[in-house]
Design a protein around this ligand. Structure first.
Ligand SMILES: NC(=O)c1ccc[n+]([C@@H]2O[C@H](COP(=O)([O-])OP(=O)(O)OC[C@H]3O[C@@H](n4cnc5c(N)ncnc54)[C@H](OP(=O)(O)O)[C@@H]3O)[C@@H](O)[C@H]2O)c1
Length: 441
């Protein structure tokens, strides 16, 4: 009989409580599949008195998570407290230093300290598994680290933040404003009281930095990611996208270019018939472009107690089976330095929405500025005054500016910025143009 794998678990919130419940529920199946029983033997959280969503009454309580991490009875330490600093960092370091494998769902910790923690795990010949840290229940870490090991990857991109996708979906389907949808997301518990980390793209950037490391063998570095959020997207953009055959998604994209690995997070136009465009609401999705397998897309819940617990338990199962790989796919000493994407050299198609002043020569001026930068247009849509794309009268007067939407062929960010700055200087448009990058898919 192989001895059970004894688990110490710090954090009994949404994910931690679900992990305790799932291990209990799947007790026999896990023992059969992993070749040994998995038992949670000790737990830690901030408050011992708090009512828990799981039955932890029979489990040993350890007040200090760092002491639990070093506890002599446990074989593996599961960190589900969150936060890039202590006690999560100190506890994970203590467990690894004590020669215990660690499982964490903590993207913030991994984005900041992942490489150093991976080096520590490798030096102690233990596992550092973090399937739940990116895209919740979707097994993308294992897919990259193991399933696609024989492929060369060209690009990985995904919808990695359910809150943003929920907001964009509601805006698109119900023609609501960003502010209205954000309020609903907060009411339903999808968005935090301070939603800026999600809607400004920083949550996606942390997850993308981890995926880029796994996909391209670079050091995890969230500061190397170019980030733009979704708060400037309007129903007019979603309408225009729809008419032109696109949807707008907040994507995290990492791709190999001649200038290195480009990592960026921004609102993106994706073709309506692509797999990623079908992903609606709080769901997450990741597409990988790989040379041998071509493109694959994984879709599923990116958050939620049980879905995230599914990923954590899979990681615990690997430790029980004795499966251990370098945390970021290749040994940490071989990870290359990632540099911040030079966005001005980004190449691709662009959507531009601007309000053109209705006077002779406006279009010739705009066309001239685009042509100076060798930008060619795939389509031009000019809204007629008095119509709205989804019906209804627009009581605009004859002197109001006219919305114009341009779709460009592939060009560079630098060219787009220069052309639009010149158009603004020419005073032929009202306000600042909206610019959204188009992702080929
Ligand atoms: N929720 C999701 O859907 C989801 C999805 C993917 C990844 N994650 C990640 O999973 C981790 C946990 O998230 P969660 O949603 O479960 O968080 P949560 O519900 O806020 O739970 C956090 C738990 O950690 C404990 N804790 C916090 N600070 C502590 C401290 N200083 N000392 C001891 N215990 C402490 C809390 O104790 P008390 O209960 O006593 O306050 C609580 O039990 C985070 O890294 C998060 O990013 C979550």
């Amino acid at each position: 009989m192989v001895a059970p794998l004894k688990v110490g678990l710090a954090g009994l919130g949404t994910v931690g409580a679900s992990v305790v419940t799932l291990i209990e529920r799947q007790r026999e199946a896990l023992a059969a599949r992993c070749g040994r029983a998995i038992e949670v033997v000790a737990v830690s959280a901030r408050s011992r008195e708090k009512a828990r969503a799981a039955d932890v009454g029979g489990l040993r309580w350890v007040g200090d998570p760092v002491a639990l991490a070093r506890d002599g009875e446990i074989d593996v330490f599961v960190e589900l407290m969150g936060g890039e600093g202590d006690p999560a960092k100190a506890a994970v370091e203590a467990a690894l230093a004590a020669g215990k494998s660690v499982i964490t769902a903590n993207k913030a910790l991994l984005a900041r300290h992942g490489v150093a923690l991976a080096a520590l795990a490798e030096a102690r010949h233990v596992a550092l598994n973090f399937e739940a840290a990116v895209a919740g229940g979707i097994p993308i870490v294992k897919t990259l680290r193991e399933g696609l090991v024989g492929n060369q990857l060209a690009r990985i991109y995904g919808i990695l933040n359910g809150t943003c996708n929920y907001i964009l979906t509601r805006m698109e389907q119900e023609r609501l404003s960003f502010a209205e949808c954000l309020k609903d997301a907060q009411r339903l518990g999808y968005a935090e009281a301070d939603p800026s980390f999600d809607i400004e793209g920083h949550d996606t950037a942390q997850k993308l930095a981890i995926l880029a490391s796994l996909a391209f063998g670079t050091k995890v570095d969230p500061d190397a990611v170019y980030v733009e959020g979704i708060s400037s997207i309007t129903p007019a953009d979603l309408d225009a996208a729809d008419e032109l055959g696109y949807r707008i998604k907040l994507l995290g994209v990492a791709m190999a270019t001649e200038k290195g690995i480009e990592q960026r997070v921004h609102p993106t136009m994706v073709r309506k018939d692509s797999a990623i465009a079908q992903v609606m609401g709080v769901v997450n999705a990741v597409t990988v472009d790989a040379d041998a397998v071509a493109a694959i897309t994984l879709v599923g819940p990116g958050a939620g107690g049980m879905a995230t617990a599914s990923a954590v338990v899979s990681d615990i199962g690997d430790v029980a089976r004795g499966v251990r790989t370098p945390p970021f796919g290749c040994p940490s000493a071989r990870l290359s330095v990632s540099e911040r994407a030079p966005m001005q050299r980004h190449e691709g198609g662009y959507y531009i929405r601007m309000l053109a002043l209705d006077r002779p020569g406006t279009f010739a001026t705009i066309a001239g500025r685009l042509s100076e930068q060798q930008i060619s247009l795939e389509s031009i849509v000019q809204r007629h005054r008095g119509t709205r794309p989804h019906g209804g009268d627009n009581p605009a007067s004859a002197t109001e500016p006219v919305p114009v939407i341009l779709i460009t062929y592939a060009t560079t960010e630098d060219a787009i910025r220069k052309a639009l700055a010149a158009v603004e200087r020419d005073e032929v448009i009202s306000g600042t143009p909206q610019v959204i990058r188009i992702e080929k898919n």
